[in-house]
Design a protein around this ligand. Structure first.
Ligand code: HEM
Length: 234
């Protein structure tokens, strides 16, 4: 049982404290779910080199739906006071995913593309936020792009070694951010933008909740992929 929630419900931990930078609040609030996503059966099997390249391709296909939802309205959000500072065409992953999929599935990749129900749910929620709630969009943006720049690099390294992709080449271009020369500096700048968000405490709490929801949606996709790719009994 998590005793931290017993003390002051609604103001659990220091999530509501005015002094705590918002980037710290959001990171702390999603820490447990990050560990859960990281340790999901599918991710563990992937990182331990126990899955075939088909599982990696299927995962990459799911990401295509999520990033289409994240990126198809990003230009429209560029002038928004909340979401705008996060919109960065250099981060766009959809073209990279399409190159990876052409490599992984061949030229007919688009015809075979099918979202899992969990992916549909995730992409639909992202699209909903992109269309009507900039704060929620920021939560999804943070959960994906900052994660891709962090743990994503571990996944890339593992994928290159497991399935023999060229380093930073076709198959793993999704994980390569050509415009981010210094990921640590980029993450610092990103956290500063989170800290500068023009939101009141109540809206910040909603954004944090959406971030938790974003992690849960990711875990849902991993769960579905884990069911589709159970390890063959040794
Ligand atoms: C096996 C899978 C994963 C590994 C090994 C991993 C690893 C890491 C590591 C080492 C960091 C810290 C980097 C730093 O402080 O600069 C990090 C940060 C992060 N990860 Fe993951 N991660 C994984 C999966 C995920 C998933 C599935 C998501 C969500 C979709 C995610 C979202 C994030 C976010 C948002 C951060 C930034 C936290 C912050 O500094 O505010 N990660 N990850």
């Amino acid at each position: 049982m998590d005793t931290s929630t017993d003390v002051s419900p609604g103001l659990a931990s220091d999530a509501g404290s005015a002094e705590t930078p918002f980037s710290t609040v959001i990171r702390t609030a999603s820490h447990a779910q990050h560990t859960e996503a990281e340790n999901s059966t599918f991710m563990s099997d992937l990182l331990n080199g126990r899955l075939g390249v088909d599982a990696f391709a299927r995962y990459t296909e799911q990401l295509w739906f999520v990033y289409r939802a994240l990126e198809e309205r990003s230009a429209a959000l560029a002038g928004d006071p909340v979401a705008g500072p996060f919109v960065d065409p250099g981060l766009a992953r959809l073209p990279e995913l399409e190159r990876d999929l052409a490599h992984l599935r061949g030229p007919g990749w688009r015809a075979g593309l099918a979202p899992l129900p969990a992916t549909e749910e995730y992409a639909a929620r992202v699209a909903e936020c992109a269309a009507g709630w900039p704060g929620g969009y920021v939560a999804h943006h943070y959960t994906r792009y900052l994660g891709d720049l962090s743990g994503g690099q571990i996944i890339r390294d593992k994928a290159e070694r497991t399935w023999g992709f060229a380093r930073k080449g076709d198959g793993v271009r999704f994980y390569v951010f050509a415009t981010v020369a210094n990921p640590a500096a980029f993450k610092r700048g990103y956290r500063e933008r989170l800290d500068a968000l023009p939101l009141d405490a109540e809206e910040k709490e909603r954004v944090v909740d959406e971030c938790r929801r974003a992690f849960a949606l990711n875990t849902g996709v991993f769960r579905a992929l884990g069911e589709e790719f159970p390890l063959a009994a040794a």
